[in-house]
Design a protein. Sequence first.
Length: 254
Amino acid sequence: MFKETYFPEQIEFKASLTLETNRIPDPYHYFFRDGKLLSPVTGEPVENSITRRSPLEESEHRAFQKIQRWFSSSEEGLAVWISPKDSETGYGSTKIIFSDILYDFGFRKMLRNRAICLDWNSNQSLLFARSIGFSGDDLRESPVFLPGSVDITDTLAPHAPSQAALIRKGEDFIIKEKLKAELARGWRPPIGPFAPSCGRIPGSAFGVVYADSLNLSEGYFDCPRCKGPIPSGRRITTCPHCGVRKEDCSQSCG
């Protein structure tokens, strides 16, 4: 099993954003204790950061609770959670979260997640969901649960072969670990050309919990130049979206 190294939240955030905007699978884990999924970075229950201020956020909260209950009661399996692209609500691309159950070297139960961003519209998202057994009406509220014998790469390969290949070889974990190490040494992250999935709804389950593979509870503020979301409370002085520095923007950015 590949061992993940956990860095401070600012580095984890930048790494996930870099992978997402370059269309590379974003892998991360959650631990489990007392019936709750926990962030390995903060040690806090993931659900503590989910806001419920709108019908959309309520539906995502219900989806997360379903995944948490499934994980608690299952020994193996695969959960597939789909967030369709929706420009009106701020979802810039479709994101699929593949989550499977595994155990670390100490036989501790963990949830392994991989966030995949795709340039699908809502109809394409629904067609994919139907192909793996979805039969409901609201994708965001209804994760699909599959048996442990189902391979993520087999499910993904017909739709995103390059991302499936990275997962099959375990290269997505290697890429992320190397990226975090570089970021820790001060390297500027190579933000890609693609839109992030749900940056404009930072408090929803997808926006806070699954968007950046973190439990980001402090909230966000908007970059004064590009208006992209930046997590607050982390002393971030350079926008991870457009690269503008705080000192450059104090007078020139409107």
